[in-house]
Design a protein around this ligand. Structure first.
Ligand code: KMH
Ligand code: ZN
Length: 279
């Protein structure tokens, strides 16, 4: 088992509101500073959604350009855009910011329930997003919300729609999708092709529980306000950085050492530090 640990900070998401937590970053300045705090706490990558000034979700390129530039004012942390966006967005909306060429972007390989809604990712949409990633030379991170989504990623890899060793994020605890269950994680890891890397994102109270399994089993970890706003029962996290710091503390207990940004770039095959393309 590798002792190096990749930590992703999912700092804003599309669903969490300022009413739920005042720590949610919305402006470019807030996103830039929060990204730096997460890096200082041990994160090597920021998973990013777009928000308008009123807090509503958007995937438009101008918003992501401002965020990306603000992040780069402070650090070289790996920037990963969401292509999931928010429920109800069209595929075109979801991939609008890829022209900025971040280092990575997400690709969910299947449709699932998402609370009372449907997170829609039919195969033609998956292929279209994969084509958008390829056209802009962006590495995907595969998002797996349910068991069959890993099978789909493997099938698309076999077809050549996806290539290289992939990094997969197993998301546990979305209502209507895969439960936060140790057995599910064990099974998914057993099916992962050799050379692929994996991390876990547990939703809500499952976040740090699933993180511990990943730490103990050689996986990597995603935390942040997108997935969970509490540092402990009833106590809001001061920011995603506090959750990152908690994972770094747990890592020390389990013999894992967070990768620096440079180490994460090497291990994930993302050597080049990118800036918003076309600005
Ligand atoms: N907001 C969710 C509907 C992703 O970022 O790629 C989808 C999501 C996945 O957050
Ligand atoms: Zn997301």
């Amino acid at each position: 088992m590798s002792d190096g640990l990749h930590i992703t900070a999912a700092i804003n998401g599309a669903e969490i509101t300022r009413a739920q937590t005042p720590a949610l970053p919305i402006t470019p300045d807030e996103v830039g500073l929060e990204s730096l705090r997460c890096r200082d706490a041990g994160a090597a990558m920021i998973h990013l959604h777009g928000r308008r000034p009123d807090g509503s979700a958007t995937q438009d390129a101008a918003t992501f350009a401002a965020y990306f530039a603000a992040i780069r004012q402070h650090s070289d942390i790996i920037v990963q855009f969401s292509t999931g966006g928010a429920i109800g967005m069209s595929i075109e909306e979801r991939i609008a910011a890829l022209v900025l060429r971040p280092e990575m972007a997400t690709l969910t390989t299947g449709t699932c329930n998402f609370g009372d809604d449907i997170f829609s990712n039919p195969l033609p949409a998956i292929r279209a997003i994969a084509a958008g990633l390829r056209a802009n030379n962006i590495r995907p991170e595969i998002e797996v919300f349910d068991l069959g989504m890993l099978d789909t990623a493997i099938r698309l890899h076999r077809e050549g729609v996806l290539d290289g060793d992939l990094h997969v994020d197993f998301v546990f605890g979305v209502a209507g999708a895969m439960d936060a269950d140790e057995g599910h994680l064990r099974y998914l890891v057993s099916r992962l092709p050799a050379g692929w890397t994996w991390c876990v994102a547990g939703i809500g109270r499952h976040e740090l529980v699933m993180a511990r399994y990943a730490l103990e089993w050689g996986g990597h970890v995603r935390v942040g306000l997108e997935d969970n706003i509490f540092i402990r029962k009833g106590q809001l996290a001061a920011g995603s950085y506090e959750l990152v710091a908690e994972v770094a503390r747990m890592a020390a207990e389990t013999g894992r050492t967070p990768w620096s940004v440079a180490e994460a770039r090497t291990h994930l095959g993302l050597p080049e530090v990118r800036y918003p393309h076309g600005l």
